[in-house]
Structures are given as C-alpha cells and as structure tokens.
Ligand binder design. Structure first.
Ligand code: NI
Length: 226
C-alpha cells in the first residue's frame, strides 16, 4: 500500500527539525545501503555521530506515535531509528533499488525486518527542482513530492528511486519499519476496515452493529499480529 499522510510534524516541530539540520554535518549516504543499492546511491546522510541525531529521531518518532493513520496503516512493531538525508549539488540522486530486507539496529540489539519504508519530506517542495520519490508498483510508477512535514509510506519490497535534484536541496527523513502484520494484503484489509469503521461510527453512532464490527476488527488483529 502506498499512502500519504499530511502534516505528521506540527509547524513547531518542523521549525525545530529544520534548525537542527541546518547545523548538520553530512556524510556519504552509502554507509547504510546494501550492495546493490550502494551502486546507485548518490546522496548524503546525517552521521550517526551527529550530536543532534537523537533529538531529531525523538521528534519524528513522537510525532508518528500520536498519528492514528500511521498506526492503523503500518501497525508498527519495530522502527529502525530514522535517518536523515540530503540531495543536492553533485550528490543528488538515488537510482532504482529495493530496500534491504533485514536491518541491524544501530546499537547492535538485533534486526528489524523492513516491511514498510517511509519518507518524511522536510524541505519546502518549491525550494528544489527534481527530487521526486518514484515508486513502482503493479499499477505503474508514481512520482511523489510532498510538502514539508508530510510522509509517504510504501512497501519496502517495491523498486523505487529518487530523481536527480537539479536545483536547491532536498532534505528528508527516511525509515524502515517491521509491521505487526507481515502480509501486506492482510495489513491493507485491516486498514480499510478500520477507516470504514471510523466513518460508520461517525454516521451511525455506537450502534450494536458498529460494536460487533469493531470486535471483528480486533479479533482479526489478534489472529494476524506477530
Ligand atoms: Ni530505498
């Protein structure tokens, strides 16, 4: 499932993130790429040693944890600590690749299986040219460029790329998430059901059928979560 969620970061959080990143030291982005991806990756990334990285990660993870659409669509079990990247100048593109399935936690505490990838856009889209995230799926390829503070989630299994940034700079945050529900078809079904239940509850109130359907949703969650 490919889903865009607007305004994940509040205006204040966005200002804070941007000011922390304005002082950032960027390094070659290939440090976190797999062998295939490293061949086509040409961007910069915030160093793990950056003094601001834990504050930045906390802001993003706190924002995600209060977002009901993110929770319902991803059903996150584990999130690899988010990374921050920059495209611009001569380090300005990331060719077609898939994200590695297994990612080691930076503290060495084990692996996260990447089921869902997410890109949180941090630069004003009018401030740079190019830099679309292009995701291929069975319906064809889709180019995505969101306003600052909005996120797109997409299957880690999809072939995707970032088109060259020809002017300005594109700063973003990206992350890999292991879902409680491994099967994307089941995850999609649960999301559709949850959203329909919200609509139904708003339209009909807390009637018996809504209560029973809510129960069915949670029972499916019980069956399918790991
Ligand atoms: Ni990727």
């Amino acid at each position: 499932m490919l889903l865009q969620i607007e305004n994940v970061l509040s205006a204040d959080e966005l200002v804070q993130v941007k000011s922390l990143l304005a002082q950032a030291e960027w390094q070659d982005g290939r440090v976190t790429a797999g062998t295939q991806a490293a061949l086509v990756k040409n961007n910069q990334q915030l160093s793990e040693k950056s003094p601001n990285i834990s504050t930045l990660r906390n802001i993003v993870l706190t924002a995600l944890s209060r977002n009901p659409i993110f929770f319902s669509s991803v059903l996150p079990l584990k999130i690899l600590p988010p990374f921050f990247n920059r495209y611009g100048g001569s380090s300005n593109a990331y060719g077609a690749h898939v994200d590695n399935a297994m990612r080691m936690m930076p503290d060495g505490s084990g692996y996260v299986r990447a089921d869902v990838s997410a890109t949180l856009f941090l630069s004003d889209p009018d401030s740079y040219e190019g830099g679309e995230l292009i995701i291929e799926d069975t319906f064809g390829s889709k180019g995505i460029k969101l306003k600052a503070g909005s996120i797109v989630i997409y299957p880690s299994s999809s072939v995707h790329q970032v088109s060259p940034v020809s002017k300005g700079e594109r700063i973003a945050c990206f992350m890999f998430i292991q879902s409680m529900v491994r099967d994307p078809v089941k995850r999609r079904l649960l999301y559709d059901m949850d959203m329909a239940l919200v609509d139904l509850r708003n339209a009909a109130g807390e009637v018996d059928a809504v209560v029973k359907l809510t129960g069915a949703y949670h029972n499916l969650l019980r069956l399918w979560t790991e």
